[in-house]
Design a protein around this ligand. Sequence first.
Ligand code: NAP
Length: 362
Amino acid sequence: MHRALQLAALGPATGPNPRVGCVLLDPQGRTGAEGHHRGAGTPHAEAAALADLAARGGSAAGWTAVVTLEPCTHTGRTGPCAQALVAAGVHRVVIADTDPNPTAAGGAQLLRAAGVDVETGVLAQRARSLNERWATAVGRGRPWVTWKFAATLDGRSAAADGTSRWITSAPARADVHRLRAEHDAVLVGTGTALADDPALTVRRPDGTDATGPQPLRVVAGLRELPADARLRDGRAELLHLRTRDPHRVLTTLAEREVRTVLLEGGPALAAAFARAGLVDEVVAYLAPALLGAGPAAVADLGVSGIAGALRLDLAPGEDAVARLGDDVRLTARPRARPAGERDPDPSHPPVVEEAARVHRDR
Ligand SMILES: NC(=O)c1ccc[n+]([C@@H]2O[C@H](COP(=O)([O-])OP(=O)(O)OC[C@H]3O[C@@H](n4cnc5c(N)ncnc54)[C@H](OP(=O)(O)O)[C@@H]3O)[C@@H](O)[C@H]2O)c1
């Protein structure tokens, strides 16, 4: 399973499908073939491993398949993997994580019904963390949302005159491009689109667009974008969603099989998502600077007393707090509210309810 997880990690971090690895062991327990999923429309890991074995002239009859995610049962762009393993004569399947996707789950059951010996839960936590954003997205039927912002130490996202380029230093800005590349879509409100005329593409430090797929560029809000907006330059697809409803935004993106969204602001849109409990992770780039005036990184959250603060916990892992040049990157997640605790101000909706459910589901 360690090897299968290594193979899975070779797959793309973005796209509609999870990262999956598969190792086929002969009856003596020796590795006979390997495979991993390389992205939507390409063979699933099990199919890739079976093809690898066939190319070597081998047969999987009586073999063991070690796979990082429960084999699927549905026919999407490719055929169902559980059936393919049964048809190949595999006698044992070792699975790390079960499939949270309701349309694809049930593989272990299908295999057992066909007389295959199935073991689940081997290194399950490692497998789940590899596909955490994807699993959250398919399990909940809406994309995973990472909200990123840059601010001064006093939490300002722009100066009093509206200028905001650049709050953070070059290493932090380069890191934002890495973050963009890890998401299927980048989202801003019309306020940011009109004020900053951003390109929202993944770029190299020299300013040129990175090779590889560019995230979908999404703008939410009712106002029109100018004809000469950078977002219309064709360097990546643009989707303008003429709505102010965060749920509607995510539903539309889910219909397009977008699994991960990087919400890049601005303060009004970020507040709307946070209030709706639709933020899964916050990545804050904090510059050691003070402005003393200017808009805050996030607009009104409807919190009137300290007890109502949207509390976050640092994300797991050592890089939850990282130094980037002179700046600090902080990665945190909305904290699950203790069971039974009421929202301190009943006139405001509980902003972390949704996030609490994400944590329980994990
Ligand atoms: N430091 C940072 O990290 C950072 C990041 C981004 C932006 N900024 C700065 O933020 C400023 C823009 O701030 P902003 O708050 O106007 O930007 P915004 O949040 O990007 O846009 C706000 C607009 O989005 C639309 N919208 C869509 N759904 C909404 C909802 N649920 N709630 C509220 N509005 C919704 C509304 O416009 P319609 O009337 O068109 O519907 C609203 O006026 C710029 O100066 C920019 O430089 C800073």
